[in-house]
Design a protein around this ligand. Sequence first.
Ligand code: EPU
Length: 417
Amino acid sequence: MGSYIINGGAALKGSVTVQGSKNSSVAVLIASLITDGITILRDIPDISDVNDCIAILCSLGCTVEKIDKNVLKINTSGIGDGKIPVELTRKMRASSYLIGAMLSRFGKCESIISGGCDFGSRPLDLHILAMEALGAVCLTTESGQTLSAPHSLRGGEIVFPIKTVGATINSMIAAAKAAGTTVIKGAAREPHIRDVADYLNLCGADIRGAGSDTIIVHGVSKLHGCDFTVCPDMIEAGTFITYSLLTGGDITCLNAPVNQLSSFLNVIDQMGAKLITKENSVKVTSSSLSPACVHTAPYPGFPTDLHPQTAVLMASANGISTICETVFKNRFHYLEPLRALGLTATESGCRLTIYGNTSFTGGEVRATDLRGGAALVGAALCAHGKSVINDTVYIERGYSEFVGKLRALGAEITERE
Ligand code: EPU
């Protein structure tokens, strides 16, 4: 499952180029299943979630070639409605996009199982609600839930009671080729939702309003290939920013989606970070950090995927901070290993109280999930002594060339298989 060995204490300095967005890449890869012809995708990060999506595409008969670093060429001409191995779909949440893609392409999607980080229950009810609004029928069998659209999908009104990134993206994928018009109300607004709509529109779809609460999709009969570059990964950028602050370093993130990060940058600005922002870059330093109070929320609120990394920052601040986790109420598994490195924090429901002035000390811990793993790396980078972080397979789901990037910034980090 892989380990990182980190000798803490080095101030990280220099520049790092932000990778293409994980969550955009995985969605666009699965969405390519509803297109015909050749698609070129650029800035696709070399991470295991992307590699698992590629394996899913290949298991359905597509060919996927890596034609350059971070550039993929996808040919969907050999596609068939083969069985997708459950070992692949249960590895990540993005496999839920197969529901919209398979219904659109083949009129059925069997035995839906999706995985992803363990934040407690991660239901698919709102994905199913959306597909039913487009005319699909859901059957529960011994092998799980199966959706079918015997008369093809048709446009309809989808009203989400809560913000859901995945079901919003799935609705756009399913509606892109459904007959008639679909109106998605209560849509989530995350940047990669706009990115997926831009991708599908480049393939010939007619999707308007992505990035707002209401998305309107006029179904088209065919989608062709295209050449598309995914947007930068705001969570990777935010993660490296926390490492700069934690190590008393001086990191400049290039290709950073500065506007998308505004709620996070506002918080660290209030904590005392010194930020120099340009259109596509952010340089961050600090001498000391003050406590803060954060509520995670759907975009444009404070991203839940920067919660664990921010918790480590708060532990280094000079006072008591709080985080209220409103998106995934069970996102706290990472606290146990972080406590082993020195964190003092108490939980009450979805509210976390973090006591500052922590001196992290090296130790041996296991990553529990992707962003929790990134938070452990942050603590280890500023800890006294050596840390061993096990189960780095979780971290490699979302961060490309992670060890190389950290080393180039001056971190003392090695990896072990
Ligand atoms: N929800 C339901 N029913 C559903 C779908 C969602 O109740 O059918 C609930 C969830 O349980 C959660 C809330 O709605 O409480 C929001 O979930 P959402 O659907 O927005 O999240 P997701 O699509 O499962 C994506 C990202 C996550 C990120 C969240 C929130 C991908 C592949 N995953 O998950 O990314 O945390 O949006 O922004 O896009 C990560 O990158 O580390 C990561 C976990």
